[in-house]
Write a protein that binds this ligand. Structure first.
Ligand code: MG
Ligand code: MG
Ligand code: MG
Length: 301
C-alpha cells in the first residue's frame, strides 16, 4: 500500500492533492491511500463537503513504507520517520527541498500555482477518468492556492485547469464558487492565537538556523485587531521553547494584497528598521513563497 502524504499543518492543496494522487495511482492499478499530517482547516472542510469526499486518515508513520509526497519536498515538512521510508514519487510546485532517495523516483515538479494543476495534467496524459468529486477537489485546491487566480504564483496552466475542471464539476457560477471558498478560507472566528499561528506555519532552513513563517489569510486585517499582543506572545514562546532564530507571521488581507508582518527572534532590530511605529506593512504581498519569504531572506541576509 502506497501512502500519499502532504505537508504538516495541511492546507487544502496538501489534502486534496493527496486524495487525487491516490486515485491516480489506483487508476494505474496500484494500491494507494491518502493520509494527512494534522487536522483540516475550515476551508478544506468546506471543500470536502462540496465534493462529498471523506477526509484522509491521520498519518501514523511511514517507516518501511512506499510513499508519495505531494505539495512539499522538504524533510522538515514530512512525517518524523520519513528518513526510513521509500520515497517513490513527488508531485510538487515548490522549490526542490532536501529529500534524497536510494532508488530512482517519479518526480513531477512544475512552477505552477498548485499541486493539483500538475495532477490534472497527469490525469489527462494518462487518460484517467476525472470524476465530479475529483474535479471539485482539484479546482478548489487550485483556487485556494492561487487565491482565486489573484496570487503572483498563478499561471495560465492553473487557469486552463480550472476552466476544464469547472465543466466536469458542472460549476455554472465560478465567481460564486470562488466567493464561498474565500469566505471559508478567511473564517478565523473563535480560533486562539496559538491555533492561528499554527494554522499554516512552515519551517524554513535559513543559513543553518531554524526559522518558521506562518500566514493567515484574511478578508480584512481588522479580524485580528484585538489579537496582535497574543499573537506576538505566541511567536516569542515558540522562539524560546523551540530555539528558533525567528518566528514570523504574515497577516494577509487577500482583498487588497496587503500584509502586516509580525516577528519575534534574533533579528527584531533589523526588521524594526522596516516598521513604522512598530507596524511592519508589506504592500502588494499576497504570496509567502513568491513575495513574503523572498523579501525576508533579502532583508536578513
Ligand atoms: Mg501547501
Ligand atoms: Mg500547494
Ligand atoms: Mg498556501
Amino acid at each position: 500500500m502506497i501512502q500519499v502524504v502532504g505537508h504538516k499543518n495541511p492546507d487544502s492543496d496538501s489534502i486534496c492533492a493527496a486524495l487525487v494522487c491516490a486515485e491516480l495511482l489506483k487508476a494505474r492499478g496500484l494500491e494507494a491511500k491518502a493520509v494527512r499530517q494534522g487536522e483540516l482547516n475550515r476551508e478544506t472542510q468546506h471543500i470536502l463537503a462540496q465534493a462529498d469526499v471523506e477526509q484522509p486518515e491521520m498519518c501514523t508513520g511511514v517507516a518501511g513504507q512506499n510513499i508519495w509526497l505531494v505539495d512539499f519536498s522538504d524533510l522538515a515538512q514530512g512525517p518524523d520517520d520519513i528518513a526510513d521510508a521509500e520515497i517513490a514519487g513527488i508531485v510538487d510546485h515548490h522549490r526542490l527541498g532536501d529529500v534524497t532517495t536510494t532508488n530512482p523516483l517519479e518526480a513531477w515538479i512544475w512552477p505552477v500555482g498548485c499541486t493539483c494543476t500538475i495532477l490534472f495534467n497527469l490525469f489527462k496524459m494518462e487518460n484517467a477518468e476525472i470524476t465530479r468529486p475529483l474535479a471539485i477537489l482539484m479546482m478548489s485546491a487550485i483556487l485556494s492556492d492561487t487565491v482565486g487566480f489573484a496570487s503572483p504564483t498563478c499561471t495560465q496552466k492553473d487557469k486552463d485547469a480550472v476552466a476544464e475542471l469547472a465543466k466536469i464539476a458542472d460549476v455554472q457560477d465560478l465567481d460564486a464558487f470562488i466567493k464561498d471558498l474565500l469566505i471559508a478560507k478567511t473564517d478565523i472566528a473563535g480560533l486562539s492565537a496559538s491555533e492561528l499561528v499554527e494554522k499554516d506555519l512552515k519551517a524554513y532552513p535559513f543559513n543553518d538556523r531554524n526559522v518558521v513563517v506562518g500566514q493567515i489569510e484574511l478578508a480584512t486585517l481588522e479580524q485580528v485587531d484585538g489579537m496582535i499582543e497574543e499573537l506576538n506572545a505566541d511567536l516569542q514562546r515558540r522562539c524560546d521553547e523551540e530555539g528558533l532564530a525567528m518566528a514570523a507571521l504574515m497577516l494577509t488581507d487577500i482583498t487588497t494584497s496587503t500584509t502586516r508582518l509580525l516577528y519575534k527572534g534574533e533579528w527584531n532590530a533589523t526588521l524594526d528598521q522596516h516598521a513604522d511605529n512598530g507596524v511592519l506593512m508589506m504592500e502588494n504581498t499576497l504570496s509567502r513563497k513568491k513575495q513574503g519569504w523572498p523579501w525576508l531572506q533579502k532583508v536578513l541576509a
